[in-house]
Design a protein around this ligand. Sequence first.
Ligand code: RIB
Ligand code: CA
Length: 338
Amino acid sequence: MTRIFCLIALLVFNSVSFSSHSQLRKLIIDCDPGVDDAMALILAMKYPRFEILGITTVFGNAYPDQAVKNALTIVELSKKNIKVYQGASKPLRKPLDAPPDFIHGTDGLGNTRQPDPKITYQSKSAAQFIVDIAKANPGQVTIVAVGRLTNLALAIQLDSSVTKTIKEVVFMGGALLVAGNVNPVAEANIEGDPDAADIVLTAPWKVTMIGLNVTTRVKLNDEILSRIKNGNKQYGPFIYSITRFYLDFYKNSNHLTGGFYVHDPSAVMYLIDSSLFKIKKGPVRVVTDGIAIGQTIMPVLDFQFGLSPWTEKPFINAAVEVDTRRFLKTYESVMLRK
Ligand code: RIB
Ligand code: CA
């Protein structure tokens, strides 16, 4: 009798875990393509357990019209029916900075000069799309944000209930206790719109931060890219070509050897396999003015300082370690998956 019970329990357990695995995870990808944004989009498109409900774009690595055009180019390459929504063209308060064309090229895709896409973007704004799609799929939609967090902040300002209807936000940005990449303490996505970032990080929703402290632990190299170029005919040659200029930037300006950082795919990798990362929980605030503008600060010590800007703020999950070897293996195997 006990053995029969155990057998039934095992069968039920297996069918539950199989069905939950077989359910597709619904994503919105908010991005500013951008070379590593393009790689993040392609990784998410290639992973079989994701359903991309829409792509939203934001100013950042390229001017707004170029960023949305680049997203459309990648959708065309994928041959998938994914709609693209244009979002913010400037930060909430601070002036707009020129795009970092010395990293991503003047076209945002490593100066590869892609032909104009034939498809067009939707008339609905990115913020409105986020609010509407979350309402239509309550508790089911994850936002992967790999650019400035302006569209997410605008969505909250449009309808604060979005923090209840969205399942989770996973973003690439910030730097915990490591040097920044746009000033000594700040990372580009956060410094690009610090007010938006502080709104998003202190809102009452589940947020996971994949910051420079982990993305700079992983270097992608040409060996891996060449294998992907040869083994993945749909996306490999495209990725290889857009990364040439980006790779040179890391070689010449950052004196990086042995590869380059793959910031944005890291946020997608977290959703593919969260066990690649070690997480620490705590409130994170963003410095919105002054010489440390864009710095992301999580209290290091557990003791209370009395009332502070961190008091009673929601805890977020922040990645603090990454398994580099397994990350690269998983990335390659998803990209080479038939
Ligand atoms: O700091 C890295 C981030 O800035 C990435 O999202 C990259 O695309 C750049 O915009
Ligand atoms: Ca980006």
